[in-house]
Ligand binder design. Structure first.
Ligand code: Q9C
Ligand code: ZN
Length: 318
């Protein structure tokens, strides 16, 4: 297995998000990815870790609007020139107040895409690749940032892979991937399947309902499994089996996993009851699909245990 990682993400480190009009300290911190890398290295995986290659901005444009890309680039540059450049929330192209622009936001988001595309390209040679990217991507829509996401790493990789056949995206982050759903909503050649907290009680609130099934040519190629707060391993496993069956029936050429660890029982912003050993089980179920698989990091905010969760997951993939 190969792991794609770049240290550039560390430069993107916002202080705050705004929830209900109040500043709340930012959960999506650099330590997340650093803890995972440390734990994988500790377990003898250093030789698996590869640096990303650089990809042209036109790959980002395959999914996002050019005005949106420029806005993030210029906004980051503008912030870098300011005194006290702690980041700011833009008035345009946003879904919420969880994705501020800071001096290195564009650079980090761009490198995060480089990581997912490097992984996608390597899938020809390696059956399973784990992309340790940050900032995450699945809440980023074609022209809207939000939920700690700017460029949709998984969607850009899926778009790239779709040139060689149908792609399935399995989203197991605690939150619904509203961005990925929106980007492929009218496409029959990319199937989006997501398990997540019921949007009536959890972020992103406005998408992720069971009746969102795709539109036009994409009708029937979007499947949401909203789950209640407090979902147990037994219940989660049943639904994951259903999701895997749908993917199997679809017969894709490759699989992209939007992989969040905020489903963990001790996640500070999650609300499911999954334990560390359960992630190995989940990964085995995914591995059982026997598809070229690109695992793209999304959320997961328990800094203390993230490394152990990731290692459990990696064991199941191997
Ligand atoms: N108290 C991802 O996991 N903040 N984004 C919610 C709850 C936004 C999550 C605050 C959560 C965004 C990639
Ligand atoms: Zn999440």
């Amino acid at each position: 297995m190969k792991i794609i990682y770049s240290p550039i993400h560390k430069k993107h480190s916002p202080k705050w998000e705004i929830i209900n009009g109040k500043n709340v300290s930012y959960a999506e911190v650099p330590e997340r990815i650093e803890q995972i890398v440390k734990e994988l290295q500790k377990n003898g995986m250093s030789s698996c870790i590869k640096a990303p290659k650089r990809f042209s901005e036109r790959y980002i444009k395959s999914v996002h609007n050019q005005h949106y890309i420029d806005y993030i680039k210029k906004g980051s540059q503008k912030e870098a020139k300011k005194k006290g450049n702690d980041g700011y929330f833009t008035t345009f192209f946003i879904n919420d107040l969880c994705a501020p622009l800071t001096p290195f936001t564009y650079d980090a988001a761009r490198e995060s895409v480089n990581c997912s595309l490097t992984g996608a390209r390597l899938l020809k040679e390696e059956p399973v690749i784990y992309v340790l990217c940050r900032p995450p991507g699945h809440h980023a829509e074609a022209n809207r940032m939000g939920g700690y996401c700017y460029f949709n790493n998984a969607a850009i990789a899926a778009e790239y892979l779709s040139q060689n056949g149908k792609v399935a995206i399995l989203d197991i982050d605690f939150h619904h991937g509203n961005g990925t759903q929106q980007i492929f909503y009218e496409r029959p050649d990319v199937l989006y399947v997501s398990l997540h907290v019921d949007p009536r009680v959890g972020f992103p609130y406005t998408a992720g309902f069971a009746n969102e099934k795709g539109a036009n040519d994409g009708k029937g190629f979007n499947k949401n499994f909203p789950l209640p707060l407090g979902t147990t391993e037994a219940d989660y496993e049943k639904i994951l089996t259903k999701a895997c069956n749908l993917i199997e029936e679809y017969k894709p050429s490759s699989l992209v996993v939007s992989c969040g660890f905020d489903t963990y029982e001790k996640d500070p912003i999650g609300g499911f009851k999954l334990s560390i050993p359960f992630y190995e089980k989940m990964a085995k179920a995914i591995k059982g699909l026997d598809l070229p698989t690109l695992v793209v990091q999304e959320g997961g905010y328990n800094i203390t245990d993230l490394g152990k969760i990731a290692y459990s997951f990696v064991k199941g993939l191997n």
